[in-house]
Design a protein around this ligand. Structure first.
Ligand code: ZN
Length: 438
């Protein structure tokens, strides 16, 4: 029960365990301003729990009962082998994505605007709600690679801002709607003064402790720096950057770390590049998961036939955020299937296989939720509002493993700061733990 504002009625009572879960989610988001940081944070937490890290370019010593984690760029896979695993042992996979929509630093990133402003050149990454990025303190975060091939994770802390035009200079904005040109109106400011001394890359190099001249390449995004927080009646709401999809990444990892022994090989996979279609060497359309599963199978002595039998008995639960019914736009949702915030995770269904859920997957999910004592609800689009897609159909197409798409209903998807009910990420993690126990 909240004491922050005792005059307000408590709309819902949030269990202490759910509060602890989202507090940890907030810490995970803060540690993960880029997909590279998110993959590293997953690996760091797994290693702290006793997992050992595997390098892709070395031979793997994978033994029964082993727990391991492997990072490829902004993607990460962690897995637990049961003591009794064999060549036909099935995989239970929970998948999510590590990237979020926003902006990425361009080449020649230091630019100079009128009025002495230092600016940075950025590209749009995926499909962000552009307006939500205005007037926020942003940081640069990602990786730089020096000429010797060494990769450095970097983050600057609050450094930039995309300033909105004053209403006095845009009198019709509240009547005509805000229209942002993706090039002209999205370039952040980050300083004032002598143009010669401005250097975005020098700020990144300073964070890495390297000479700016040593930078050979970089993958760097903008990230919102405002910490996540619970708020509202009963402190039942939770606002944070990058809930899409660090919410699922955190839930999947938490479930894997908590899962006890089971008959199947337990796998958590977090993929980069979902927001731009997943087609990359580390994305869900690439070979990363297939290669890791195959290397595990090989370590267990599986033949091609035995690996196919293991895949045929496997299950992939792909989790990503979905849409709670928005109270101001109820007509945008299906009239009968109306996910509510706080009502538990959603099972995502789409006739055109934008979600991979089928009858068998739906049944497996419903059993997992019932076993965990977690409520669940269904999401399907209004027919005139086509839904997005997820890693589910992409990895199902690649691997042939039965896949079910699930998630958590949120508001403001692809905003720089999204909104969930406090209980739903906790429900999702518990349901995933139950999936791992199958
Ligand atoms: Zn997503």
């Amino acid at each position: 029960m909240s004491t922050d504002n005792p005059a307000q009625p408590t709309a819902v009572v949030v269990p202490a365990a759910a509060r602890e879960h989202v507090a940890d989610l907030g810490a995970f988001v803060a540690a993960s301003p880029s997909s590279y940081h998110a993959a590293e944070e997953v690996a760091r937490r797994a290693e702290a729990a006793g997992f050992t890290r595997l390098a892709e370019d070395t031979a793997w010593a994978v033994a029964l009962g082993g727990r391991h984690v492997v990072v490829r760029d902004g993607s990460v896979i962690a897995f637990t082998l049961p003591d009794a695993a064999g060549p036909t042992t099935a995989f239970t996979i929970v998948g999510a994505h590590t990237d979020s929509t926003g902006f990425k630093l361009k080449p020649k990133p230091t630019t100079h605007g009128a009025g002495g402003w230092w600016q940075a050149g950025v590209e749009v990454y995926g499909g962000p709600l552009l307006n939500s990025w205005l007037d926020r303190e942003l940081e640069l975060a990602g990786r730089i690679v020096t000429h010797d091939g060494t990769e450095h994770l970097v983050r600057t802390g609050p450094m930039l801002r995309i300033p909105q035009l004053a209403i006095h200079l845009d009198r019709g904005v509240n009547d005509n709607g805000l229209t942002l040109d993706k090039q002209r109106h999205t370039q952040p400011v980050w300083g004032l003064g002598d143009a010669e001394s401005a250097d975005v890359l020098a700020a990144l190099a300073a964070d890495a402790g390297v000479d700016p001249a040593a930078i050979g390449g970089y993958d760097v995004v903008l990230a919102d720096t405002q910490p996540a927080r619970a708020f509202g009646a009963g402190q039942a709401l939770f606002a944070s950057a990058r809930l899409d999809n660090l919410l699922s990444t955190h839930a999947g990892l938490t479930a894997l770390l908590r899962a006890g022994g089971a008959g199947s090989i337990q796998v958590f996979a977090g993929f980069d590049h979902e927001e731009i279609g997943s087609a990359s060497r580390s994305g869900a359309a690439g070979p990363f998961l297939e290669e890791v599963l195959t290397r595990i199978s090989s370590a267990l002595g599986a033949t091609v036939d035995e690996r196919a039998r293991a895949f045929a008995a496997s299950l992939h639960v792909s989790s990503d955020v979905g849409h709670a019914v928005h109270p101001n736009y109820t007509e945008r949702h299906d009239p009968a299937n109306r996910p509510v915030a706080g009502g538990g995770p959603i099972l995502k269904i789409n006739a055109n296989q934008r979600y991979a859920t089928d009858a068998h997957g739906a049944a497996a999910w419903s059993v997992a939720c019932a076993t965990a004592g977690v409520p669940t609800q269904e999401f399907v689009s209004n027919n005139v509002m086509p839904c997005g897609s997820t890693i589910g159909p992409i990895s199902a197409t690649r691997l042939g493993i039965r896949t079910v798409d699930v998630g958590v209903p949120i508001l403001s998807m692809h905003s720089a700061r999204e909104l969930t009910a406090v209980v739903d990420p906790w429900y999702l993690a518990r349901a995933m733990e139950s999936v791992f126990a199958r």
